[in-house]
Design a protein around this ligand. Structure first.
Ligand code: ADP
Length: 378
């Protein structure tokens, strides 16, 4: 071997050794780095996997190391990519400032469809590694707007009779020597105070149904007793309109629940049937049982409800025709209460109606088959 060739071979071997040494060093270094980082990201990954909120762990190149199923389901993450520009910007800021940061943003789930209101918070948990937690505040926001609407409606509804009472008392002062007008004003005063009292009672009942767990305190309730009590409560208004209420119900059918609330629901249905019927028309109430449930059916031959209004009549304060209802003194809460009472008893209420022909409301409840008659609502 010539000296030149010897030198060339030695040079190549030296370069190979240097490259291998470098690779070995790099591999060892990266292993150390991995084992140092791993415990932290692993703990965090395990932690976020049990969180109900959406979450992800992101590295310094914005690649997603771990993501919860809800983050994927919301479309915030796909593979190792963060799909939300707001979260990408949040992670970058957090990496640069090494502080905790947050951002609120709207996420459209489907085109022209569901919008979610999200709040993301990010914190650095390792070298360039950021943990992002995302809360879905949509329900809280919806609840808040329902609450605001409800309070606005209640205020408006209460103001109307109170305003009327104030005007009537003034009018009475000016009519002290006219008994006919005094009678008329006293009558109106009674109607307005009655309206106010019904409104307050229904608001209290609604809040009771919505906030308490009815089934937790449920007792066997005899449907026959519920119907009978409801009929006793509407007897006077039926009589005033010359309306006969034909009732047919068994006396041995039970449901689990709150007998008083069920009575209120049935009373509201029969009361509406009377209110929205002409004089001398007839109203029917029947009870049938089938496939483990009980149907309480209230039928009238009244004004009926147009098809496009039928799903809305169960909303709070909704009235088909404002002017029509001012004269009946309705609050617009009756059917909403019926719906909530049915739902809180694991039941439902359905409506079949034709304008000019009449309406049929059916409250369906799970039937209680075996019952001891102790604690029965009788
Ligand atoms: P209200 O106190 O005004 O009767 P409800 O919540 O009980 O309020 O009913 C909502 C609206 O549905 C009523 O204002 C009325 O327009 C309509 N409605 C309810 N029941 C009947 C019925 N049996 N026949 C016709 N319309 C009805």
């Amino acid at each position: 071997m010539s000296f030149g060739i010897f030198l060339a071979v030695t040079g190549v071997v030296a370069i190979l050794v240097a490259v291998m040494t470098y690779l070995a060093f790099r591999a060892r270094y990266s292993r150390i780095k991995a084992t140092e980082d791993e415990p932290l990201t692993d703990v965090v990954s395990r932690l976020i996997s049990v969180l109900a909120t959406a979450g992800m762990v992101v590295d310094d190149s914005l690649a997603v190391l771990r993501a919860t199923n809800s983050a994927i389901a919301l479309g915030l993450v796909s593979g190792r990519v963060i799909r939300s520009s707001e979260i990408r910007a949040l992670v970058r800021t957090t990496q640069e400032t090494e502080t905790t940061n947050s951002v609120e943003f709207e996420l459209t789930l489907s085109e022209g469809g569901d919008v979610r209101y999200l709040r993301a918070r990010a914190v650095t948990i390792g070298a360039g590694i950021v943990l992002v937690l995302v809360e879905d505040n949509t329900e809280a926001r919806d609840f808040e707007s329902i609450r605001r609407d409800f309070i606005a409606n209640v205020t408006h509804e209460i103001k109307t009779p109170i305003g009327a009472i104030a005007l009537l008392s003034e009018a009475m002062e000016g009519a002290l020597d006219d008994p006919t007008r005094m009678h008329k004003f006293a009558d109106s005063l009674r109607r307005e105070t009655g309206r106010l009292s019904t409104l307050i009672t229904e608001i209290i009942q609604l809040s009771r149904v919505e906030t308490s767990n009815i089934l937790a305190k449920a007792k066997p309730a005899n449907v026959g007793v519920v119907v009978r009590e409801a009929l006793e409560r509407i007897f006077v208004i039926a009589d005033a309109k010359d309306i006969v209420v034909n009732a047919k119900y068994p006396d041995d059918v039970f449901v689990m629940g709150d007998g008083e609330l069920l009575t209120v629901a049935v009373k509201n249905l029969v009361e509406n049937a009377i209110q929205y019927s002409d004089r001398k028309q007839s109203v029917g109430i029947g009870v049938t049982t089938r496939n483990g449930h009980v149907d309480i059916i209230v039928t009238d031959q009244g004004v009926g409800i147009p098809a496009d209004e039928q799903s809305r009549v169960f909303e709070r304060f909704y009235r088909v025709d404002e002017s029509r209802d001012r004269t009946t003194g309705g609050t617009g809460l009756g059917l909403s209460l019926v719906k909530h009472i049915a739902l809180s008893h694991r039941g439902e209420v359905t409506l079949f109606s034709q304008p000019g022909v009449g309406s049929t409301f059916t409250m369906r409840l799970p039937r209680l088959v075996e019952t001891s008659k102790e604690n029965t609502h009788e």
